[in-house]
Design a protein around this ligand. Structure first.
Ligand SMILES: Nc1ncnc2c1ncn2[C@@H]1O[C@H](COP(=O)(O)OP(=O)(O)OP(=O)(O)O)[C@@H](O)[C@H]1O
Ligand SMILES: [Mg+2]
Length: 240
């Protein structure tokens, strides 16, 4: 079976009510109830992100960037408020429902790459989609590697790749999961400045060329400023 990897894939999976903004959050809250205290990690966020927008989340350590990104991607349940992601209201979704909602709709990229060390680059790209019951064949996985410029590294193990290349494999893996929305938490946190710029340039290219909506956290002001818009957080709230 061959699969297209462009926007037509979206059409094939028919998503109802899917023409509005990529993300709408209103009064969004996430509170972690700890024995000693409640931590208001996200404390009333109003945010709208258009389809095809490239947004960076910025702010000091502990300001709630990761928690907000996890909420947007359905990795955390919402404590309070409204959250609509790709046309679906996930405000009151339970953990088990979030798994289904994430499947094949949202791609994640993390600071630590999270590649499986014993699998080659191309196998790392293909594996999560298989777990998500949307298996991609080898040629599709290769096409995603081509998109990140790594076709010549397909059979390399992670340890045989540079840090920047590892992150590009992780981005290709995210693309295999979603051609709509890519959420990246400190994708350049483990990279030097040259590789960091390259990774952001790649995210920008995927955003402009393929219309991917990108939300990425970063501590780097310069990189943050390369996005269409930066949203600054402090103490779980959006600040100017
Ligand atoms: N699972 C959790 N349980 C309890 N508290 C948490 C949990 N996750 C995050 N927090 C707290 O929520 C707040 C926001 O954390 P978060 O990880 O979102 O910050 P961040 O902006 O991503 O910080 P950094 O820049 O260091 O990555 C912090 O005070 C943190 O200690
Ligand atoms: Mg974080």
């Amino acid at each position: 079976m061959s699969m297209t990897i462009t926007g037509s894939e979206t059409a094939l999976h028919g998503r109802p009510h899917d023409n509005g903004p990529a993300i709408i959050a209103r009064g969004l809250r996430k509170t972690f109830a700890l024995p000693a205290e409640d931590v208001h990690a996200v404390d009333g966020v109003d945010l709208e992100i258009a389809r095809g927008e490239f947004v960076t989340l910025m702010g000091p350590s502990g300001s709630g960037k990761t928690t907000l990104l996890d909420l947007l991607g359905g990795l955390e349940t919402v404590t309070d408020g409204e959250l609509i992601v790709l046309g679906r209201d996930i405000s009151s979704a339970r953990e088990s429902e979030l798994v289904t909602l994430r499947r094949g709709r949202i791609g994640f990229v993390f600071q630590d790459f999270l590649l499986l060390p014993e699998l080659t680059a191309i196998e790392n790209v293909a594996l999560p989609a298989t777990f998500a019951r949307r298996p991609v064949d080898r040629s599709t996985a290769m096409a995603h590697l081509v998109r990140v410029g790594l076709e010549t590294r397909a059979s390399h193990l992670p340890k045989e790749l540079s840090g920047g290349e590892r992150q590009r494999v992780a981005i290709a893996r995210a693309l295999a999961m979603s051609t709509d929305l890519l959420l990246a938490d400190e994708p350049t946190g483990n990279l030097d400045s040259k590789n960091s710029r390259d990774v952001f340039a790649l995210l920008r290219e995927l955003n402009e060329r393929d219309g991917l909506t990108v939300v990425a956290t970063t501590h780097d002001e310069k990189l943050g400023a390369t996005a269409d818009r930066s949203v600054h957080l402090c103490d779980g709230r959006v600040v100017m």
